[in-house]
Each structure stands twice: as C-alpha cells, then as structure tokens.
Write a protein that binds this ligand. Structure first.
Ligand SMILES: [Zn+2]
Length: 524
C-alpha cells in the first residue's frame, strides 16, 4: 500500500480519505476546526514545498496555492471563514468573543504557513487544527492553550523601540515572526543581499540602521492584546517605557504553524518557517530515522541545533559572518547556534565535563539534562522581589520559570557590565514565566497578569542598567513572543482518537497521532 518515491511517502488515498472523513464529521466539530494536508495531485516543488494544500472542515473543502493563497472552495462552503490577520481588533473585540467558534474565527496567511509547514518530511501527512476552545487535559492540554492556525493563538507582539526606530505609537498592520531575524540582522549591519533568501522580510518601514546595540526580547506566550492593554493601563510600566520610544503593530506578528514554542523560537531567529528549518513541532515523528523526536523538552533544549536542516542560518551566525569579531549573546534561548555567549553552550559544557553540578544527580551520566545541569545554579524565586511569590506556591512551573528568568536577567546584566569593547552588540533574552502563567490560567487570568508583570519588572532592571551605563539611547529593542494564547472551554472537551481508530484500523496500516494533531499515516 505504501511506497517510496524520491523520498516522498506515497500513501494510499483511501487511508487519507478515511482520516479526513472521520475528522470532519460534524460530531467532532467542537474539537476539530479544520484539517489540512498537501494536495497529492499537485506534487511538490524542488524544495519539497507542496504546490497546493487542501483544507477541510465538516462543511466544505478548499484548495490553496500560490495564486489563491486564501483558497478556493472545491465543495461545500469555504472551511476558513476568514483569513484576516487583523481579525478581533481592536483588543475589545477579542475580549468580547474569547475562544471564538470555528464559524466565526480567522486563520491568517493559511497558504504561506501551511505550505511552509508541509515542506519538510518530518511534517505529518495531515495536520489537525484544534478549535480555539478545545480543552483536552487528558492528552496534555491546559487551561490556556496555543498551537492552532487561528489568529489569536498565532498572534505575538511586535514592538520595536529605541535607536533607529522610525515610527511611534500603535501602528495598524502586522508582521510575521519570520521577519524578526532579517529585521534585526539588517539593523545590526548585515547586508540585505544576505537576507533575501529568507521567508521573512526586513521591516525597514519600522526600523532603521545605526543602533550601537540590538536587543531582542522574547516573552514566551506573551499575549499581545493583554501586553499592550496592560501597558496602556500602567500595569506594565517598562513595556510602556519601550512604547514611548517606539511602536507596536496592532496585529502583532503572525507565528508560523503550528503556533508552538520551539517551532516559533526557531522561526523568528532563523527567518524561515518550519519546513525550511526542520523543527516542525514540539514533538514529531522522524520518518527517516523511525523515531519520535521531542525537541521542546528540558532534556534536549541544549541540542536543538542538531535538528536544523543544512541551509539554516541563525541571527547570530548572520551577524558573525557580516561583522567578524562582533560579540553576540543568546540568553536562555534554544536558538543560539553561532552566538558568542550562550546559556545552552554553558549547559553543554556542564554536561560534557562529567562533573555533576547538582550533588543529588552525581554520576547519572547521560540521563542528566538541562534541569540537573542548571538546578543548582538557579536563584531562589522566593528570595526575589521581581517574582510574585504567591504564584510560585500556586504553580510549580511558575516558580521554575521565574528562577530561569531571574538567571536570564543576571546574565544579561552581567554581559552588559563588561567593558565597552567586550559587550555583546546583538543580544537576545527569552523569558518564560508568561508561558507558564498563561497555560495555568489562560489569558487575562490573574496569574497571567502577574506573569506579565513579573517579566516587566525584570525588563525594568535591564533598562535601568543600560541607562546607568549610558547606552539605553543607543540600543534598538524588539519585544515579541512565540505565540498567543486562548482559554480552553469546559464545554469543548473530547478527543478525535476513537473516531480515528474506527476509520483507520480496518486498513491494517500503522498510523500515529503526535501532539495530538500531527497525523502520520503508514509509518514509512
Ligand atoms: Zn511558547
């Protein structure tokens, strides 16, 4: 039933059809928004990118390609009700209709994002897009969720500030997360020609060149609507401080699909989508190696670079090539290949030294991971006034990531305490408490607000430090996130697993659902 043809799996059309039929049954409409897959009839281009993608829900089927990037209905009604990247704006519209029903939702840039996603053979045969409100705690889901193709889970902040920023205030429009790398690289002195092959664009409408220092700030899962709203209301004074000297796009930056952490950390810092960098999910099946890969895991964060495809260039590598000798830093960020200073390079060094940093883990050899390497080095979040202590008692992840973020802050301040000629000229700092807080309570929950507020307080310490050494005005900042968040709904529970078993098991071919939502048919 299955065969290999120049590295591309040829799967039985009947198996695919059965999966699509099962998943688009109206009985699953509360949990499945749409399914998407490469159109087998259209083939792929030389880079492996499908020439067309099909999208279906319980009411219709559409075909998307380069000429019809929003898709054309092939049967029934169009399964994507809207593709507007600026849907649910202004923010009050999102608040008025949180976790919208599929029929009222928007799915921006579907062709660009889906065709990029399916370009790598690590991608599944079929992607299952959860509804905005799908609640699946039994399969790893949380109260706050992301990963969808939809606009709110895919919307990250895009705020630029300081030296070289051309525009002020809230600017209507949107960027893509793949624009981050080329924009910062160009601002830092990389020539445009070296960036033209990327999926992302240099946003020179917002940013100019000439900043002495470039600092990228990633607040993981930092919900853009909340971020800008809380900044305006005085709850996030340091985001407001950045905004006073810069601008934010109303529609933020559209994440790559799926709107998951490691996919988008990698996309924003390499300027290409998952089909080109190869980190297609937080978990995926590697057909060539016949193994399940879990990139977004504390045990393997320091090895993310091993997953990259051959032609990947990080921001740090681009700057190092264009400006040899210039120091770059990647702080608490998994995308760090080529950086002069890197948290995860320290983790690798600690793990390869054979000396356990945590006495409790001594001698455990290969089983030691990032957690055991850094645990003994982490600050105590309950000893810091930059952390909301009550939230640490409420949620272990909040406590752990607060400690990680305190370590990140001290690393950043340390790097910028060096003599002028030893400081990084391009630095990236990722904070994570925002993600833990939003998973725990969903956007706009009290814990989510505290997560944002704590990250803002730590940002304030960095800004004060840069001001104290006289370089704040010479620094370009870009604040973004890897995805948005929506609140799962108690009335939208359930799973598609039983329906898939009923539809696929009679064929007698192996299949697997990773994520859940990455459906691999045929195992080959
Ligand atoms: Zn994330």
């Amino acid at each position: 039933m299955l065969g290999q043809d120049r590295g591309v799996t040829r799967l039985d059309p009947a198996v695919l059809e059965a999966a699509v039929a099962a998943l688009t049954d109206a009985a699953l409409a509360d949990v499945v928004a749409v399914v998407a897959w490469p159109d087998p009839a259209a083939g792929r281009d030389a880079d492996g990118r499908p020439r067309a993608v099909l999208v279906a829900d319980h009411g219709g089927l559409a075909r998307l390609d380069a000429e019809n990037p929003d898709g054309v209905a092939m049967s029934g009604r169009h399964p994507l009700p809207s593709t507007d990247p600026l849907a649910f704006l202004p923010y009050a519209a999102e608040v008025a209709e949180p976790s919208p029903a599929h029929e009222r939702n928007a799915y921006p840039l579907p062709w660009l994002r889906l065709s990029s996603f399916f370009a790598d053979r690590r991608s599944p045969d079929l992607a299952i897009v959860h509804t905005a409100g799908h609640y699946f705690p039994d399969e790893g889901g949380h109260r706050g969720e992301h990963g969808s193709l939809d606009v709110i889970q895919s919307r990250a902040p895009f705020l630029v500030s300081g030296a070289g920023v051309r525009v002020r205030g809230l600017v209507p429009g949107h960027a893509r997360l793949v624009d981050v790398m080329p924009t910062l690289a160009w601002a830092a002195g990389v020539e445009r020609e070296a960036l033209e092959h990327l999926d992302g664009a240099v946003r020179d409408d917002l940013v100019g060149r000439g900043a002495a220092y470039v600092v990228g700030l990633l607040w993981d899962g930092g919900h853009p609507g909340s971020l800008l709203d809380l900044a305006e209301r005085g709850v996030l004074p340091n985001v407001a401080r950045l905004l006073e000297r810069g601008c934010a796009l109303s529609g933020g930056a559209v994440a790559e699909f799926p709107s998951l952490t490691l996919v988008n950390h990698t996309s924003m810092l390499t300027g290409v989508g998952p089909g080109r960098h190869g980190v297609v999910g937080n978990v995926y099946w590697d057909r060539e190696q016949g193994r399940r890969v879990v990139p977004n895991d504390a045990a393997t964060w320091h090895r993310t670079g091993e997953l990259y495809r051959d032609d990947v260039t990080t921001l740090f590598e681009a700057v190092a090539t264009a400006r040899p000798g210039v120091r770059t830093a990647s702080v608490n960020e998994m995308t760090e290949r080529g950086s002069w200073a890197s948290t995860f390079a320290l983790v690798r060094a600690a793990l390869s030294s054979g000396e356990a940093l945590d006495p409790g883990e001594a001698g455990s050899g290969e089983s030691r991971d990032f957690l055991s390497a850094v645990r003994a080095l982490l600050p105590d979040p309950l000893a810091s006034d930059l952390v909301t202590h009550a939230r640490c008692h409420e949620d272990d992840d909040y406590a752990f990531y607060s400690a990680i973020d305190l370590l990140g802050l001290s690393t950043m301040v340390g790097l910028f305490s060096a003599p002028e000629d030893e400081r990084p000229r391009v630095a990236w700092w990722s904070q994570y408490t925002t993600d833990a807080a939003h998973h725990h309570g969903g956007p706009r929950s009290a814990i989510a607000v505290d997560g944002l507020r704590d990250c803002d307080a730590r940002l304030g310490v960095l800004l004060d430090h840069l001001e104290s050494i006289g370089i704040l005005e010479q620094t370009l900042f870009l604040l973004t996130a890897d995805h948005g968040f929506e609140t799962a709904r108690d009335d939208m529970t359930g799973s598609w697993t039983t329906a898939l078993h009923a539809a696929l098991d009679p064929f007698g071919v192996p299949w697997r659902d990773e994520g859940p939502g990455f459906l691999y048919l045929g195992g080959g």
